[in-house]
Design a protein around this ligand. Structure first.
Ligand code: GTP
Ligand code: MG
Length: 633
């Protein structure tokens, strides 16, 4: 009865969802859905401005807030206040305060004293007889009242009623066990997918902090390069970032402001400019080395600076200890910036795109398909491309092709990078004018994703998000995803054959597990709260894995005998010593084995017909039963 009610409830949610979706596509369709959506550039601009109105102040504890609020209110009206901590020997505490306007934040920063007692007071970079060059930045420290002089004490008691803190410990990710409890308490897999997204995505404070890191770099060089802009991109801004994600930053010297473009056309006075001393790439490397030194030597909070200048896109990596943030700074990766804009737009075009991508990224991480460091495995970015392509190629697509976005571009959308790469596509969601009639739920899409890539012919086909279709593979890369903005390049060139094969196996496992989870709704409410179900079983790896990867590492072929107990192959009915979760699961496994035995028998028969010399039977990985074929049986 309970199950029936739950199913009915699920059906009801699902219907409401469909009705909402259909309403969105009816009538004014795409235009209505696109109205009021913030464009990527608007988002970046508004976050930059927000950073210019903000300061970060290190305090001794969260309890210092009232005093800090009183003190800082003298410079202007504080409109939001966040608290966060950074792990250290003891936790370090910080407040991020946002003023009503940038002048007020500037006044607070300009009122600050230089730290004359660096060695005894800087809690992060403490050490012997350290001294430092005073640098102006939005990263401040709130020292004890006594040190600030008795004269100011009367002002401190001005007693403004402090604005409530928007967050306390606002950057702390949800602990794994809490997340699991939350997911267990969900009503359906559908709800689990939404909860996972809502509770693991980068929050507002996380974005604010990332734009402050960018502003610090920009302000540090503003004297010599007033037009330079440090722009966050990647998962920090495209809506696909999770709590704690790295910051990708591009430092642009080309001054993209309107005022600058006007001057460029109108002014008769032109800056004398030093000619590049060497060719483009080595010049960029030298400049980055120099910027790296500047960050390393002078910027408060910046530490562990590493220069990776030989990579295709040279970067400087550093850690920001006041923000507890890893930063990748580049100067020549504008296509990455525009690619983030494309991903941002995809995320905005349909509310299912981000929750779906989040669950797939988490699944890939849990089964070791992705890894934070680059290597022969698939990157999060390539994985996101796989998700986007899957959503484009559906019978009722959920996303448009990139070429459709290029076709609807206006003249204001033209973007050509310094090295001549055309990154033009419609930026305005209304112009893109795309509305999906696809009413699939998130859980259905997740299963379809796994089934789709179980069947995808990575061996011969390349994925094109530009055309929203698969093309013939132009080279022998194991996985080929056409780089949407540089179409002669392969985004997933780094992926090895083994890793590609592993992906194929894992998507099959996932499809199988997920389908069993969808079918298996016999758990009572109490059981649901107490044991793993739904997405949790998808993330519970490797105990749950059904087809083991090492079965396939015999050059992409599998000895079928590995899949069956000897007794079964010999026709004996001895029960294998396996504990199945329930009867349905046992039945499913047995029917798959039976079906595979049949396939084997047929293979044997046909191979005996064609070659009597064959003594051992092997099948390729693609002959393995998929969840789809399982269902059809
Ligand atoms: P995580 O850092 O893993 O959270 O994801 P991310 O999306 O930030 O990926 P990553 O830091 O690797 O890359 C940052 C951004 O650069 C991506 O979001 C893309 O926009 C872009 N990018 C990454 N790889 C490529 C590539 O091969 N070609 C292009 N054009 N852009 C890329
Ligand atoms: Mg990133």
């Amino acid at each position: 009865m309970n199950t029936l009610m739950r199913r009915a409830q699920h059906l009801h949610h699902w219907r409401t969802y469909c009705i909402k979706q259909c309403a969105a596509v009816a009538g004014n369709e795409a235009t209505a859905a696109a109205k009021g959506k913030t464009s990527y550039e608007e988002l970046i601009d508004s976050r930059h401005q927000q950073a210019e109105r903000s300061i970060v102040v290190q305090v001794s504890s969260e309890k210092s807030y009232n005093e800090l609020y009183n003190y800082c209110s003298r410079f202007g009206r504080i409109v939001t206040a966040h608290h966060y901590t950074v792990p250290h020997e003891d936790e370090l505490h910080y407040m991020l305060l946002e003023y009503a306007n940038a002048n007020e934040a500037t006044a607070a920063i300009d009122s600050s004293a230089y730290n004359a007692e660096l060695s005894s007071h800087s809690s992060v970079s403490a050490g012997g007889s350290v001294s430092g060059v005073p640098v102006r930045s939005p990263f401040l420290w709130f020292r004890a009242a006594a040190a600030a002089g008795k004269r100011n004490q009367s002002k401190l008691s001005a007693n403004h009623k402090p604005l409530p803190l928007t967050t306390v410990a606002g950057t702390r990710p949800l602990a794994q066990d809490h997340l699991h409890t939350l997911l267990r308490s969900a009503e359906s897999i559908e709800q689990q997918l939404q909860l996972l997204y809502e509770h693991t995505r980068l929050n507002d404070l996380g974005v604010r902090m990332r734009f402050l890191a960018a502003l610090q770099v920009q302000q540090a060089i503003a004297g010599m390069f007033p037009e330079a802009r440090a722009q966050p991109f990647g998962s920090s801004v495209n809506g696909f970032g999770k709590m704690g994600c790295d910051l990708d930053l591009i430092l642009r010297f080309d001054g993209a402001t309107t005022a600058q473009s006007e001057r460029q056309l109108m002014s008769r006075l032109v800056y004398h400019t030093k000619e590049n001393l060497s060719n483009g790439r080595s010049q960029t490397q030298r400049q980055m080395e120099c910027i790296g030194d500047l960050l390393h030597l002078f910027l408060p909070g910046v530490c562990h600076v590493r220069r990776i200048l030989q990579a295709r896109v040279p970067i400087i990596k550093y850690h920001h200890e006041h923000l507890d943030l890893e930063v990748d700074l580049s100067m020549s990766n504008l296509t990455g910036f525009y690619m983030s804009e494309l991903l941002y737009m995809f995320g905005e075009l349909d509310p299912r795109v981000r929750p779906l991508t989040f669950s797939i990224r988490r699944w890939a991480q849990s089964c070791g398909l992705t890894n934070p460091s680059p290597g022969r495995w698939i990157s999060n970015f390539s994985l996101s491309c796989l998700v986007m392509y899957f959503l484009q190629q559906l019978r009722q697509p959920i996303l448009p092709s990139i070429s459709a976005m290029v076709k609807t571009a206006a003249s204001t959308d033209i973007r050509i990078t310094e090295d001549g790469i055309n990154c033009t596509f419609a930026r305005d969601m209304e112009r893109v004018s795309f509305a999906s009639r696809n009413t699939s739920s998130l859980s259905e899409l997740l299963l379809q994703f796994f089934e789709f890539y179980s069947q995808f012919d990575f061996h011969n086909r390349a994925i094109s998000l530009n055309e929203a279709r698969a093309l013939s593979k132009p080279d022998h890369s194991a996985m080929y995803i056409v780089n949407p903005l540089e179409q002669l390049l392969n985004v997933s060139k780094n992926v090895s054959l083994e890793e590609c094969e592993r992906l194929r196996i894992e998507v099959r496992n996932a499809a199988w597990i997920l389908e069993s989870e969808v079918e298996n709704s016999t758990l009572t409410e109490q059981e649901r709260n107490e044991q793993s179900w739904g997405l949790l079983n998808l993330f519970k790896h490797p105990e749950k894995a059904v087809i083991r990867p090492n079965m396939f590492f015999k050059p992409r072929m599998v000895e079928v005998s590995d899949l069956f107990e000897k007794s079964q192959l010999n026709g004996s009915t001895t029960t294998p010593p396996i504990n199945y979760k329930n009867a349905t699961m046992r039945q499913q496994v047995q029917s798959i084995k039976a079906a595979t035995r049949n396939e084997l028998k047929q293979l044997r028969e046909s191979s005996t017909a064609t070659s009597s010399s064959s003594s051992s039977t092997t099948v390729t990985a693609s002959a393995m039963p998929t969840a789809k074929s399982k269902r059809n049986r």
